[in-house]
Design a binder for this molecule. Structure first.
Ligand code: 16C
Ligand code: ATP
Ligand code: CA
Length: 553
């Protein structure tokens, strides 16, 4: 690691012990002088480790001069270095991020005491200057709170856990508590003065995030005169980052981008100005735009779970489990045709066990490819020439996971190796099978076994896909033939075929990030890195700690 020049080095007291405190432009470190002296010349690793701490400057939330609360009185002496801890009557507190249990962050603090006010001010000022250089940090945020999401604790979570952190970090906020569904979406789309803000934050679940994303993406297209109804259009990426404070039932977008669904952790990712680009799927029915999706597009099982659960909203998050059992027992399958355009290049495969983590190399590669190719998102000639794979069959579930969809119910998610920002979605086809086999498949979402390792499950990494339910295929054949001679004869032949196979033209619904789509025949296209979140992807656990500074290397 390159050594940074020191900006400050002083002997200061922490909890009545003397520390050597140093600041360079990357790290604030403090080392217990007594412990270090005691062990000079000996094997000091453990001792230095015990008395040393460090915080990267980019993980400092704020610094504040502290009111004089020292029990010792001013001696009137001029001292460059405090002779004893009792000489330290001026103090400043540094608030910083501390990693606690898996992927959870907390706001911790340390108070440094010194004998001179001027030294105290110098430290406060220098740390503030360093923080001022971190230009990726937001200063003004627009916050939408859904008071009815999840367990209806959104407002409480924001007021008690998040607002104090934003205020500590000097972030100013305009807060809107929503009064109806789609309030946030409509406000963003038509009214909000977006120039005033560095980001938009939603407090709620995946449904609330979806509202914010729809509002922002549509606003961007409107402002750039891009027609959302045309599938071929290159969509304009969103300039404003989106923060999610989880307060919903599933919170899978927050979980898959941060690694936890903890409001304080998410607030801290916003404060430090993290950025995580994300793919967005557009969903069309012929020439009309239906919705965007970032997590799951599910037909069959997850469509039915959602349809049943909507009638039980009053149950809160438990509605999904009740509906899950009911859907499982009804064991319905659906016929149709899935066509897709496979992803090409070095984008990995859904079964390669290369999980998308902070700084993911596959997503980085997609981002540089995007920069190289000016026309990246338009349906290029090459794509038109690409051959579509067509699969016809009877399916219990058709799932497109644009990201892992990891959540507390399924910690590795529907597609554990799906990537947040690679420009692809993982298309999972679960063919008709016995109940017991399907249960085995579902159970593997909760343990370490490979849920794709079944003869009735196929998974493909794709850039685009289409689905046509069987009864609509029949309809279109009828349309084609009815106009010509012998139309009636052809129609009766199709109806006879239906009787023979016993297939009722039954249909499911598409679950699009937790919303039911009105249409079943859909065309889907992935737009690489269309939005950016205040997140950094799931962090790997540090493999090695610097014994001197305690910092992960
Ligand atoms: C035997 C245990 C098997 C457990 C299998 C658990 C798999 C869970 C996979 C969760 C995937 C979540 C995908 C995220 C989708 C979000 O965009 C969307 C919006 O929030 N959420 C839902 O649609 C909400 C979807 C919620 C789905 C819950 C499904 C629960 C299934 C329970 C099946 C029980 C079978 C029991 C048989 C005796
Ligand atoms: N004030 C409001 N009154 C009623 N509904 C609202 C309000 N504000 C937002 N909504 C809607 O509530 C729905 C659910 O919200 P949210 O996602 O926050 O909670 P949830 O219960 O966890 O749902 P999900 O399962 O989708 O995560 C969203 O689709 C959103 O459009
Ligand atoms: Ca993706």
């Amino acid at each position: 690691m390159e050594k940074q020049p020191r900006l400050l080095c002083s002997e200061l007291c922490v909890q009545r012990r003397l520390y050597e405190v140093t600041l360079n432009c990357a790290i604030l470190a403090w080392k217990d002088i007594q412990i270090a002296k005691k062990h000079t010349g000996r094997a000091i690793y453990g001792a230095v480790k015990a008395g040393s701490h460090c915080v990267p400057v980019c993980e400092i939330i704020a610094v504040q001069e502290k009111e004089d609360d020292s029990p010792c009185k001013d001696t009137g002496k001029w001292q460059k270095v405090p002779q004893s801890p009792a000489d330290c009557q001026h103090a400043f507190t540094v608030f910083y991020i501390e990693r606690t249990r898996q992927h959870c962050w907390r706001c911790s603090n340390v108070t440094f005491h010194c004998s001179e006010h001027s030294l105290c001010l110098l430290w406060v000022q220098t740390i503030r200057e360093q923080l001022g250089l971190l230009t990726n940090r937001p200063k003004r945020l627009l916050v939408y709170i859904n008071p009815y999401g999840g367990k209806q604790r959104g407002k409480q979570i924001y007021d008690h856990k998040v607002a104090p952190i934003f205020s500590r970090a000097s972030i100013s906020t305009d807060v809107i508590v929503t009064e109806r569904a789609n309030h946030a979406r409509d406000h963003l789309k038509t009214e909000a003065d977006l120039k005033k803000y560095d980001g938009v934050v939603c407090v709620g679940g995946d449904g609330m995030f979806s509202e914010i994303m729809h509002g922002l993406v549509s606003r961007m297209q409107q402002d750039a005169s891009v027609d959302e109804n045309s599938m071929e259009e290159t969509l304009v990426p969103c300039g404003l980052r989106i923060g999610i404070i989880p307060a919903g039932s599933t919170d899978c977008i927050c979980y898959a981008t941060v690694g936890s669904n903890d409001p304080v952790t998410s607030a801290l990712h916003i404060v430090v100005g993290d950025s995580q680009p994300m793919d967005v799927c557009s969903v069309h029915n012929e020439n009309s735009f239906l919705r965007y999706s970032v997590s799951l597009l599910g037909y069959g099982f997850y469509g039915d779970v959602l349809t049943y659960s909507e009638r039980k909203r009053w149950m809160g998050p438990a509605r999904y489990d009740i509906s899950g059992v009911k859907t499982f027992l009804s064991h319905r399958y659906y016929e149709g045709t899935v066509s897709f355009l496979p992803a090409e290049g070095n984008l990995g495969t859904p079964r390669d066990k290369m999980q998308c983590r902070s700084g993911c190399s596959i997503c980085r590669q997609s981002s540089s490819d995007k920069l190289v190719s000016k026309d990246e998102d338009s349906v290029s000639d090459a794509e038109c020439r690409d051959t579509w794979t067509v699969i016809r069959g009877k399916f219990l579930a058709i799932n497109a996971a644009n990201m892992s969809c990891a959540c507390p119910r399924s910690p590795k998610g529907l597609s554990p190796s799906a990537h947040l920002a690679d420009g692809t979605t993982d298309l999972i086809l679960v063919r008709k099978c016995s109940r017991i086999d399907f249960l085995r498949h579902l159970l593997r979402h909760t343990n370490k076994d490979d849920q794709f390792d079944h003869s009735f499950v196929e998974v493909y990494r794709v850039k685009q896909f289409r689905f046509t339910p069987r009864y609509q295929e029949c309809d279109s054949e009828v349309d084609l033939r009815e106009s010509g001679a012998g139309g009636k004869r052809f129609l009766s032949q199709i109806c006879r075929e239906h009787r023979a196979c016993g297939c009722m033209p039954s249909q499911s619904n598409w679950n699009c990030d937790g919303e039911i789509l009105p249409q079943t025949a859909i065309q889907v296209r992935v737009h690489c890195q269309l939005i950016t979140l205040f997140a950094r992807g799931i962090e790997e656990q540090p493999v090695f700690e610097d014994p001197y500074t305690h910092c992960a290397i």
